[in-house]
Design a protein around this ligand. Structure first.
Ligand code: AP5
Ligand code: MG
Length: 195
């Protein structure tokens, strides 16, 4: 039960992953959170990625593939995971397919969040005022959107070409309304039993 939460910055991937992780008993694997933890710890990796993240650009595929490969080998990932923020490029998606295939697994479901860009911007700038996340500035948001359109949007075409089950999720409305849409999508896809 490998589910990919897919969508632009601010579309609610992290918020919704947290909401459904407990409900479906699947670990939330967020590459952004993992990298922010490294920055917080001031590790060698954290020092390497911090300036790239705060500018809104993407970390190299090679590094991200290594990070996710070791995360998926942990015992709690055996029953499946909610992937948030990975894959973010077509090479990352291809590498994920290859590593899952080695364990006779695959991506079972892609939840693709749809949110208007002005709503995304408003969410990110509001969080920037409250939490001061380094990339929640107007400039970094613009760069994150550029990266999304150029590098990340093609990932959805990759999964469509692979015949992966994709569910479009209307990501506007209250957080709990969106969570219910996701629960319905899980039920339709039948990859996770209804709670
Ligand atoms: P990452 O942490 O993945 O950031 P992101 O996808 O750019 O953006 P967000 O996390 O802000 O979006 P989200 O969709 O999770 O929305 P959220 O739930 O937080 O990546 C950060 C950086 O790390 C990248 O730019 C890159 O540098 C690096 N990186 C990470 N993974 C990588 C990879 N695979 N390859 C290369 N580089 C990588 O919600 C946003 C806000 O909106 C919150 O305040 C939330 O409370 C609010 N909100 C959510 N839902 C609603 C709602 N329904 N109504 C009102 N407000 C809402
Ligand atoms: Mg997030």
């Amino acid at each position: 039960m490998i589910t990919v939460l897919f969508g632009p910055p601010g579309s609610g991937k992290g918020t919704q992953a947290m909401a459904v992780a407990g409900r479906f008993g699947l670990p939330h694997v967020s590459t952004g959170e993992m990298l922010r933890a490294e920055v917080e710890q001031d590790s060698e990796l954290g020092r390497e990625v911090a300036p790239i993240m705060s500018s809104g650009r993407l970390i190299s595929d090679e590094l991200m593939i290594r990070v996710i490969e070791s995360r998926l080998q942990r015992a709690d990932a055996a029953q499946g995971v909610l992937l948030d923020g990975f894959p973010r490029t077509v090479p990352q998606a291809q590498a994920l397919d290859a590593m899952l295939k080695r364990g006779t697994r695959q991506v079972d479901l892609v939840l693709a969040f749809v949110v208007a860009e002005d709503v995304l911007r408003a969410r990110i700038l509001r969080r920037g005022e409250i939490e001061h996340r380094a990339d929640d500035t107007a400039d970094a948001f613009a760069q994150r959107m550029t990266q999304y359109h150029e590098e990340t949007a093609p990932v959805l075409e990759h999964y469509a070409a692979e015949g992966t089950h994709i569910e479009q999720i209307q990501g506007e409305g209250t957080i709990s309304e969106v969570t219910e849409r996701i629960a319905d999508a899980f039920n339709r896809s039948r990859v996770v039993p209804a709670s």
